[in-house]
Design a protein around this ligand. Structure first.
Ligand code: IPM
Ligand code: MG
Length: 354
């Protein structure tokens, strides 16, 4: 098949890890007889530096012509001034909104080889396999806001429409149907009006999925259960902000943020794929970053946007084999043990990809 992929490496370690993702895609193309072409576009802090805006019109135009987007990370201390008129994160939020990427899939899988790396007792991690479905284009991220300016207050608005909740819920129920048939919907319905609407809308969708067992979990309790008994969860559905927070928390279960991929999809399965970690400016440019989150994001790209399931599985198997063979980057190595760099880890994965 032919596919065109726009890469937006972004800031910090973004360019290093995206380069590894492209190496993997090129190998998949050669091995399975596909033709992938790439265009690199500016996004985030590097775009602010070059063109004064985190989401340049050229980048949008490139993405409009693409079959999928592979993103590294955006942001860093250089652009962190809270009074700055533009911020790198606006580039990412702008892309999500422009392409209506409302369904953010964040799988949390525990590799046996890394079980001893997580701060949780290994027995608590037995059987943990969670898929987070985070709503990505609504909530307090996009509600009406007022900056402080010269005044003494500022606000953001948590807002959801029934349709926004419903379409995210449908994605979550369908995913649960293909898995262990359990869905936990996260809200704060005991306090917030927008979250009471959330719960009602999820209940309405539930009527179409009688085979899926639904529970409503308050976000504070969910944060606790994720640490006390993470194996109880199958699919977890959450709004934009709660999903942001809970997925960082859940990443600890996997041993490192550097392991977790994500897909952000719209109704037509067009998607943006990115590691869930940030730009890690402290290790940028040092060949230290773990490329696995990006490489697993590439697998999701093949699965969801290009419908190349066998290719996606081949990448996942190669990652598993590399880990089983003892390959470790610094973030997942036993303390003091030798660690591979970004490129060497990818070499190992390519070796097993064949
Ligand atoms: C994420 C990130 C983003 C978010 C930031 C970079 C805007 O934390 O993708 O989880 O808050 O959604
Ligand atoms: Mg986040």
């Amino acid at each position: 098949m032919q596919a065109h992929i726009v890469t937006t490496p972004g800031d910090g370690i973004g360019p290093e890890v995206v380069a590894q993702g492209v190496r993997i895609l090129n190998r998949v193309a050669a091995k399975f007889g596909h033709q992938f072409t790439f265009t690199e576009a500016l996004l985030g802090g590097c775009a602010i530096d070059a063109l004064g805006t985190p989401l340049p019109a050229e980048t949008l135009a490139d993405c409009e012509k693409a079959d999928a987007i592979l993103l590294g990370a955006v942001g860093g201390p250089k652009w962190d001034d809270p009074t700055a008129p533009v911020r790198p994160e606006q580039g990412l939020l702008g892309l999500r909104k422009r392409f209506d990427l409302f369904a953010n899939l964040r799988p949390v899988k525990i590799y046996d080889a890394l079980r001893s790396q997580a701060p949780l007792r290994p027995e608590l991690l037995q059987g943990v396999d969670i898929l987070f479905v985070r709503e990505l284009t609504g909530d307090v991220y996009f509600g009406a806001r007022r900056e402080q300016g010269s005044g003494t207050d500022a606000y953001d608005t948590m807002i959801y429409t029934v349709d926004e909740v419903r379409r995210a819920a449908v994605v979550a129920f369908e995913a649960a149907r293909g898995r262990r048939k359990k869905l936990a919907s996260v809200d704060k319905a005991n306090v917030l009006a927008s979250m009471r609407l959330w719960r009602r809308a999820v209940n309405e969708v539930a009527a179409d999925f009688p085979d899926v067992q639904l529970e409503h979990v308050l976000v504070d309790a969910c944060a606790m259960h994720l640490i006390r008994n993470p194996a109880r969860f199958d699919v977890v559905l959450a709004g934009n902000m709660f999903g942001d927070i809970l997925t960082d928390e859940a990443s600890v279960l996997a041993g490192s943020l550097g392991m977790l991929p994500s897909a952000s999809l719209n109704q037509s399965a067009f998607g943006l794929y990115e590691p869930i970690h940030g730009s890690a400016p402290d290790i940028a440019g040092q060949d230290k970053a773990n490329p696995i989150a990006t490489i697993l994001s590439v697998a999701m790209l093949l699965r969801y946007s290009l419908k190349l399931e066998a290719e996606a599985q081949a990448i996942e198997a190669a990652v598993q084999a590399a880990l089983d063979s003892g390959a470790r980057t610094a973030d997942i190595a036993e303390s003091g043990a030798p660690a591979l760099g970004t490129q060497a880890m990818t070499d190992r994965i390519l070796h097993f990809l064949g």
